[in-house]
Ligand binder design. Structure first.
Ligand SMILES: C[S@@+](CC[C@H](N)C(=O)[O-])C[C@H]1O[C@@H](n2cnc3c(N)ncnc32)[C@H](O)[C@@H]1O
Ligand SMILES: [Zn+2]
Ligand SMILES: [Zn+2]
Ligand SMILES: [Zn+2]
Ligand SMILES: [Zn+2]
Ligand SMILES: [Zn+2]
Length: 493
């Protein structure tokens, strides 16, 4: 393992990194939170389905608008009004006052409404009669809100896939091995609570965590120094300047040393707007210090491996680790052992890969030629000079294609490339025209820009962000159907 001093040397050296583009001022965003257009005392449906729908609609992540010359003032105003109407009924401060009142209640009086996803004070019980109400909410429940709250379930926008303990443990062990003492958890509520839990059990660990997430339910459990209601698709702090400066203070503490950001965005999200926000968080971390411009906030960005080229376009210094991130509530994204599917979710980082030891007891090994830890099946190819596998299986070298390919592919003479034996030689019927892979079309191809355009400029990234911010709200039934088919379980090909 590379020592901590070499890590900081590395960080210094690489921080000649591009200074990212200044964001357009964020105008309006679609809000998330408890508000459903009804007041807290109005009854709400007890059905689980209804509950999920309600949360999904409030936590949908499509970034709406930034100030833009093509968006009329009137339209911006309408959106602002709409967003105001979606604000949660209480402020973060008010939720905290409620929480203090709540923890003073005896255990028998601590109730939680599962339909409304809300901690209940005694005077609210009658409003929730007929709802699914849990009693005896203990301190350990309150310390593990991600286990109490129902994961949001909208597959397209805001599915809350929560880390399995194995992944939380791996992430925290790695973070502490690398010498970090503060973690900005962007969209990683379970990691945040794991860090807080472990740090309270073991004082010597001493790792602090700040959660930034759009899921406003967490403000019932965490104070303003532990949680910011944040939209990572347009770098918007719902709590305004106060919340933003809380985050800045956290990032700048200890002169910006010892802090890392870990993010696990919803996979349906576009890479560019996310990268845009992460660059802005890095700017916040650099703060106003003129002397130490080279200091950069390191990132663990957790995302599926097939987004590698897109992420690398936005963060050229990032590499992908072989570690397979595992989730509790996603049957597809499980660590592969004994016939289970392998998880396609990986960690992208600007830290040197050789500094991140992957657990040997899970089959990872160090490749001294690639100078990084790789999965057990990922065999080094002497021709390509790398351990080539992306999906964790052993890939094979094709002399005709001059690269390593998936084990299930064979070389097709008419297409002059490797593909699945059952592929259609016209090349375009089912798969992607650019890379030939099934499961997506050319416009969504993660290799598309690499093949066609090369690295994206900051202006292109910014434009993509703006375009995504202006997309219409509606999705046609046809598009919905296509997406549904795409997300159906598919075996590895
Ligand atoms: C795939 S889950 C990751 C959870 C993580 N694996 C964990 O266990 O801690 C995505 C997370 O991002 C949050 N999220 C979704 N859209 C967001 C947005 N626009 N801004 C900030 N957070 C968002 C969700 O609430 C959720 O917590
Ligand atoms: Zn209720
Ligand atoms: Zn290798
Ligand atoms: Zn090869
Ligand atoms: Zn081939
Ligand atoms: Zn062919």
């Amino acid at each position: 393992m590379v020592q901590h001093c070499s890590l900081s040397k590395f960080l210094k050296a690489k921080n000649k990194a591009e200074s990212s583009t200044r964001a357009q001022p964020v105008g309006t965003v679609k809000n998330a939170g408890f508000s459903s257009g009804r007041t807290r005392s109005e009854p709400c449906s007890p059905s689980v389905q209804h509950r999920n729908k309600r949360w999904i609609s409030h936590c949908s992540i499509r970034p709406i608008a930034i100030s833009h010359p093509l968006i009329s003032q009137a339209r911006l105003q309408t959106r602002e009004e709409y967003n105001r109407s979606r604000q949660p009924p209480l402020s973060h401060k008010q939720y905290m006052l409620r929480f203090q009142e709540y923890i003073r209640l005896p255990l028998a009086k601590r109730k939680f409404c599962r339909d409304c996803q809300q901690l209940l004070l005694q005077e609210e019980w009658t409003d929730h009669s007929g709802h699914h109400v849990m009693g005896d909410i203990s301190v350990s429940h309150l310390k593990r809100p991600s286990q109490l709250l129902h994961p949001l379930e909208n597959k397209k926008t805001n599915a809350q896939y929560l880390f399995a303990e194995r992944s939380c443990k791996f992430l925290l062990d790695t973070i502490t091995d690398l010498g970090f003492t503060r973690v900005a958890c962007v969209g990683t509520p379970r990691l945040h609570e794991w860090i807080r839990h472990q740090s309270s059990e073991n004082e010597r660990l001493g790792v602090k965590s700040l959660l930034l997430d759009i899921d406003f339910r967490y403000s019932q459990f965490y104070g303003e120094e532990e949680f910011c209601h944040y939209n990572m698709f347009n770098h918007h702090f719902f709590g305004g300047e106060a919340a933003q400066s809380m985050c800045q203070k956290f990032l700048e503490e200890d002169d910006g040393e010892g802090v890392i950001m870990v993010t696990d965005p919803p996979f349906g999200g576009l890479v560019e707007p996310l990268a845009f926000s992460f660059h802005r968080l890095q700017e916040m971390h650099r703060g106003s210090s003129v002397t130490d411009k080279c200091k950069q906030l390191p990132i663990f960005w957790i995302f599926p491996y097939f987004f590698e080229s897109r992420i690398v376009q936005c963060f050229p210094e990032f590499t992908m680790l072989d570690y397979q991130v595992d989730y509790d509530n996603h049957s597809l994204y499980k660590h592969g052992k004994t016939g289970r599917r392998q998880s396609p979710v990986r960690i992208f980082t600007d830290l040197p890969p050789e500094s991140i030891a992957l657990p040997e007891k899970e089959g990872y090994r160090f490749c001294s030629l690639c100078k990084r830890f790789v999965s057990s099946e990922n065999k080094h190819c002497d021709v390509c000079g790398v351990c080539p596998s992306k999906d964790g299986r052993e890939w094979k070298h094709c002399d005709m294609c001059k690269k390593c390919v998936k084990p299930s592919w064979t070389h097709c003479v008419s297409c002059n490339r490797c593909a699945l034996p059952a592929h259609s030689c016209s090349g375009t019927k089912n798969g992607c025209f650019t890379c030939g892979e099934d499961g997506h079309k050319r416009r969504n191809c993660p290799h598309h820009c690499v093949a066609g355009q090369g690295k994206k400029t900051k202006v292109q990234v910014k434009k993509a962000f703006q375009r995504s911010a202006q997309r219409p709200v509606h999705i046609t039934a046809e598009r919905k159907k296509r997406r549904k088919n795409r997300t159906k379980k598919k075996p590895l090909t």
